[in-house]
Write a protein that binds this ligand. Sequence first.
Ligand SMILES: Cc1ncc(COP(=O)(O)O)c(C=O)c1O
Length: 388
Amino acid sequence: MADRMQGMSGNIIREILKLTKKPDIISFAGGLPSPDSFPVEELRQIAGDIFAGDPGFLQYGTTEGLPELRESLAAWVAEVGIDAHSDQVLILTGSQQGIDLACKALLNPGDTVIVERPTYLAAIQIFKMYGANIVAVPGDERGMDLEALAEAAAAHRAKMVYIISNFQNPSGITWSLEKRQQLAALADELGFIIVEDDPYGRLRYSGSSEPAVSGLNRLKRSLYLGSFSKVVSPGLRIGYAVGPAPLIRAMVIGKQGTDVHSSNLSQRIVLELMRRGILARHIPKICAQYGMKRDVMLSALAEHLPAQVSWTKPAGGLFIWVTLPQKYSVTKLLERAVEEKVAFIPGIPFFLDGSGDNCMRLNFSNASPEQIRTGIARIAKVIAEADK
Ligand SMILES: Cc1ncc(COP(=O)(O)O)c(C=O)c1O
């Protein structure tokens, strides 16, 4: 194997997800949209229309993506405060690919990438693959500690700062406007590139949206990544990057060698979802459904968990982050929990230093309200038993 594979393990979440495929298990482990949220009928209709029309989509397409979709997306991101030309939009095979292509375009081995503590596990894996020096900076419920960030960025001459600005995975927190403005300014001052990963931003259930950090930075030193995985379907594998033209160009060159282009069929489907107004109608529907499930989980936590346990109260997204007293090992609790037929993700993989074993990530979008109530009661039982 290549040196870059040294010490790389498979995505632990994917391993846990295998376990949760067992019948009867209530899983809060995945980051999955609810299967009953997919707009199947509309998708069937659109796919039928596409096949009934010009078969040109069966041919190779351009690496940058379908021009009409790039245009629609330039208008779409204007809604989050990003002023971009369609040339600055690159269609991706999932926003995951955007993280990879940004690294391919920007990182030399040894370059420093600053991340939130905790952060998205699969991003950590990519940064490791590119030989990055990864520095995790903690924060609070309003975002990263920017003094610590500025210090770390200056000390390591950081190349990239990777953030999830809305309803973060795993913590559920959202960056405040003030912190967004400060980060946008720091990028110019200290010369790093912000990679703003925002797959959850449209899933807001309470409060009001903040502008994207990349918009506040006017895309000077920032890259915005969006996705249709959580608002339509992850299986379509369509995401998008919006950034400065030279960076987008470098990512296009990188993508040529990765997958030539994203699926024409999926791109056409997403374009039609936007054109026919289906997406605009669909998002409020799933927000109502997930917002209700979030509330069910929050009240179940309040009802069942002991006083020393705390958790975040996300205004959107898919996750609640639970923190137990240090004495607990959530990895051990998971073994017992699976016997009790409930699953979640322990905190460790979201940290770089082996800490976080007293934390767990709970997904609230995939289970039914009844399963949520039962599952949280089971988790409470496992915690109580561990206390004995
Ligand atoms: C923070 C974050 N970024 C990126 C992704 C990847 O999403 P996509 O399906 O668009 O590749 C996910 C998926 O869970 C995620 O949580």
